[in-house]
Write a protein of this length. Structure first.
Length: 184
């Protein structure tokens, strides 16, 4: 597949991912809402997109684009399906978009770094996001003085247990693949 076609494929995948996450999340509370609000899964596509590039700058740009298209898909689907505009504030949602503006290019560049050097740090970055997300959520709640018992980590431990398990699987994948020759 040509770089242009693979870039378009990742942008389309980002759009589809965003739509899928919005529909998964829905509007109510409960497990679907928690799954739809997980942050770590949003980093996988930018990482994979960066792996398909031969230069760091284009890897970061494609990671950013993939992340932006994911957000567009999410907010368009949520707005159409659930009238999400009524339940969110612009400031709240801009925080997610701003974090994606940093994370998308970063994980695209990490994907490129993994492709070229099989760096253990780059390979474990996505796994670290999955393992670290529940701890980060608890830390943020404590930072703001809220009861950690109210976090979705404690209300839905199975979801976060699976997320941590997936992160550990990704660590194992990176350790196993580290010894293989980088992609040409």
């Amino acid at each position: 597949m040509t770089p242009r076609r693979s870039g378009l494929a990742f942008l389309a995948a980002g759009l589809g991912f965003g739509v899928a996450m919005a529909l998964l999340k829905g509007e109510g509370a409960g497990t679907r809402n928690v799954l739809g609000n997980l942050r770590a899964p949003w980093l996988v596509l930018p990482f994979l997109a960066g792996r398909r590039r031969s230069r760091a700058a284009t890897a970061a740009a494609l990671g950013a684009g993939t992340c932006v298209f994911s957000f567009v898909g999410f907010y368009a689907a949520a707005g159409i399906a659930f009238g999400m505009v009524n339940s969110h504030t612009i400031a709240y949602d801009l925080g997610f978009v701003a974090s994606g503006a940093v994370a998308g290019p970063l994980f695209g560049a990490l994907g490129f770094w993994w492709r070229g050097r099989r760096s253990l740090l780059a390979g474990c970055a996505v796994g670290l996001a999955f393992v670290g997300e529940p701890f980060a959520q608890v830390w943020v709640w404590r930072l703001y003085g809220a009861s950690v018992d109210a976090t979705s980590v404690f209300r839905h431990p199975a979801v976060f247990g699976l997320e941590v398990a997936l992160g550990l699987v990704l660590f194992g994948w990176a350790l196993r693949r580290r010894g293989t020759a980088p992609a040409a």
